[in-house]
Design a protein around this ligand. Structure first.
Ligand code: ADP
Ligand code: MG
Ligand code: MG
Length: 208
């Protein structure tokens, strides 16, 4: 995928994330403070504006993703603004200068992004956060680096969704959800669903 195709994929993904606001809001109403859908909608609406602006001319794929990260960070607020902003910003920096997105590059982006998210928020897999979806996706991506993106992304997206599903059984220890403790059992973490959705929509685009 070249830079303009990746830009198209991220525009589609941002549009779908805006549409997902009610689902994400409903989840955060159960497990958190109810603002996750609104935050994601605000962040990805800002991404739509950025990507539709003809004056926005990223130099390469790394630059595109890191500028998306910066925009999410400055527009979203909340825990997830910092967390998703960090994922894209650090992930983008780790693939600076790349002009083609393939599975190996996506693997680097997800794995380096995961490490940066860990540095930032200290959540490990099992703590009922977006890291449960991100880590699952990053591991699957690293196992598929020699496959084409079109054949690897369905599996990467599926791993992320399975990671999100697993958060149902977990007790939250981070963010607002930790105050609810055991009451969060049986419900998915909203950030993990956002993470899985981002990869699901990227995959939908690439399969079109
Ligand atoms: P807030 O918690 O400030 O209301 P949001 O509702 O937008 O922010 O986002 C909550 C999501 O952020 C959680 O569902 C979780 O996935 C993610 N999150 C919270 N804290 C952390 C952390 N330390 N590391 C990774 N993700 C986190
Ligand atoms: Mg919230
Ligand atoms: Mg909040």
């Amino acid at each position: 995928m070249n830079l303009s195709q990746v830009r198209g994929m991220m525009l589609f993904t941002a549009e779908q994330m805006v549409e997902s606001e009610p689902t994400l809001t409903a989840l955060d109403q159960i497990v958190g403070d109810g603002d996750h859908g609104i935050g994601m909608k605000r962040g990805f609406a800002a991404i739509i504006t950025l990507l539709q602006d003809p004056k926005f001319q990223p130099t390469d794929i790394g630059d595109l993703f890191s500028q998306i990260g910066t925009k999410l960070m400055t527009s979203m607020g909340g825990a997830s603004g910092a967390i998703f902003g960090t994922l894209f910003r650090a992930g983008g920096k780790s693939v600076a200068g790349e002009t083609e997105l393939n599975t190996a590059i996506l693997s680097t982006l997800l794995n380096e992004g995961w490490q940066a998210v860990y540095q930032r928020g200290k959540a490990k897999p099992g703590d009922k956060t977006m890291v449960d979806a991100l880590a699952a996706a990053a591991i699957t991506a690293s196992e598929l680096t020699t496959s084409t993106l079109k054949s690897a992304l369905p599996q990467i997206a599926q791993s992320a969704m399975q990671g999100a599903e697993k958060t149902k059984q977990m007790v939250a220890v981070f963010g607002r959800a930790k105050n609810l403790g055991e009451r969060t059992i049986g419900h998915m973490d909203p950030g993990s669903v956002s993470m899985a959705y981002i990869l699901k929509y990227m995959n939908q685009y690439i399969q079109m």
